[in-house]
Design a binder for this molecule. Structure first.
Ligand code: DAH
Length: 440
């Protein structure tokens, strides 16, 4: 069977087993200049000591606490309510109460343990690098995925839950990438009795098996029958959710995937708008993760989905920046009482873009994400897209040059070329000052 190295739900960074070596230590010490260099970083009233790893920008910090997923008539709030409704109506406990607990206000400032170690992310995994992740300081970061909360919630004794929240990643700039987006994590654990509850005669059936080997279908300590029943439950639950969101006739497929915290792992894709769209990533939780969280007698599955990606498809929202729009013309289109109401977004008028290129020689420790962050800091949401259009290394002096094309566009009016030029030249100026590039 095809093992696809997964693109992430929303970003390429976390779920891909990119075997690029990233010596986290050296990279942690490479400080980049778009960061705040004051001695403390204030987040929602709490002051955190900054240090040489701090790379959060004021622009990023300004997004914390907006909690778009909890705004009732926001497209992300509507999707979240649809997901909750699915779980509330299909899964109840023995006395009719919802089986899945919902956490939607967890602090996005998390520890390295929460975001990486608890999820068994390899030490040299590229997602740990400050090139990919926003660090508050050496010990704390802005969560890069909602999976960061799995361990703590399981430790609370919760066996079925959703964790919904804003997540942060340093990344490219285009219509589908924004450094802040939202995810929903889903986790369900089972006791041995629960796994085999539908089997007529479960005598002798176990979830754990000593001395077996890891295979394509299961982890070494699980029995094949337990792994298969949990896989069945996972697929039934997640497919049900997907069909509820996209309609029962949507074409779908399960694709093998890899995540450090699940095995086996899959992605669920649907055929939408002429293309296969990844809806979610999921898998049977690594038993080591459950053991560390104190749930050693249980087996479980987990899944994660990106809300913007779903909302963009479901409502035909063409640009991810629109989720942050405070324009009435955007917001009023989502003012419906019933979140199941179908909505097709009517684009606000589309104003002409301005295109400007910039070329520079880069220093040896340069990362494109530093430039993207700087562009966001200086140009804000006026920058629609940034593409690295040319890269070459001079054969004689071995210096590398990058050329980026920046697309500027205002969402609500025409941007003049003069205005674009002004932003463009401050971006150039700041790139010289903060990133040590040399304009060509
Ligand atoms: N955390 C993954 C990401 O951000 C998504 C994910 C994949 C979550 C598989 C899961 C899972 O819980 O089992 O790309």
């Amino acid at each position: 069977m095809l093992i696809r190295v997964s693109r992430s739900l929303s970003r390429p960074s976390l779920c891909v087993q990119r075997l690029l070596r990233c010596s986290s230590h050296t990279q942690l010490s490479q400080l980049h200049s778009t960061s705040i260099r004051k001695s403390e970083v204030k987040i929602k009233g709490t002051a955190y000591q900054s240090d040489d790893v701090t790379n959060v920008t004021p622009r990023i910090l300004s997004k914390i606490g907006k909690n778009l997923h909890t705004v009732k008539h926001h497209p992300l709030g509507l999707i979240k309510r649809r997901i909750e409704n699915y779980f509330y109506t299909h899964f109840t406990n023995r006395v009719g109460n919802p089986l899945f607990a919902i956490f939607d206000r967890l602090d996005p400032v998390v520890t390295i343990h929460q975001n990486f170690d608890s999820l068994l992310t390899p030490e040299d995994h590229v997602s740990r690098s400050p090139k990919d992740t926003y660090y508050v300081n050496r010990d704390l970061l802005l969560r890069a995925h909602t999976s960061a909360h799995q361990e703590e919630i399981i430790k609370m004794g919760c066996d079925a839950f959703l964790a919904v929240g804003d997540v942060y990643r340093r990344d490219q700039i285009d219509a589908t990438h924004y450094p802040v987006f939202h995810q929903c994590e889903i986790v369900r654990l089972f006791t041995e009795g629960e796994v085999f509850s539908r089997v007529k005669d479960p005598t002798g059936l176990r979830i754990f098996d000593e001395g077996d080997r890891r295979s394509h279908d299961k982890q070494e300590m699980h029995t094949l029958e337990a792994a298969k029943l949990v896989e069945f439950d996972l697929k039934k639950c997640l497919l049900g959710l997907t069909l509820q969101l996209f309609g029962k006739d949507v074409e779908y497929r399960w694709v093998d995937a890899y995540f450090p915290f699940t095995h086996p792992s899959w992605e669920l894709e649907i055929f939408h708008g002429g293309d296969w769209l990844e809806v979610l990533g999921c898998g049977i939780m690594e038993q080591k993760l459950l053991n560390n969280a104190g749930a050693m007698s249980k087996i479980g599955w987990a899944a994660g989905l990106g809300l913007e990606r779903l909302a963009m498809k479901l409502y035909a929202i063409p640009d991810i920046r629109l989720f942050w729009s405070e324009e009435e013309a955007f917001q009023k289109q989502f003012r419906v009482d019933n979140p199941e109401t179908p909505i097709t977004f009517k684009p606000l008028s589309v104003y002409a873009p301005c295109l400007n290129d910039i070329s520079f020689w880069v220093p040896s420790n340069f990362s494109s994400n530093d430039f993207y962050d700087l562009v966001r800091t200086v140009g804000g949401d006026l920058v629609e897209q940034v593409d690295l259009v040319d890269e070459f290394t001079h054969p004689k002096h071995q210096r590398t040059s990058h050329c980026y094309r920046l697309v500027y566009r205002h969402m609500d009016r025409t941007l003049t070329q003069a205005e674009a030029n002004e932003i463009h030249s401050s971006i150039g100026q700041k790139a010289i000052e903060n990133l040590g590039v040399e304009i060509r």
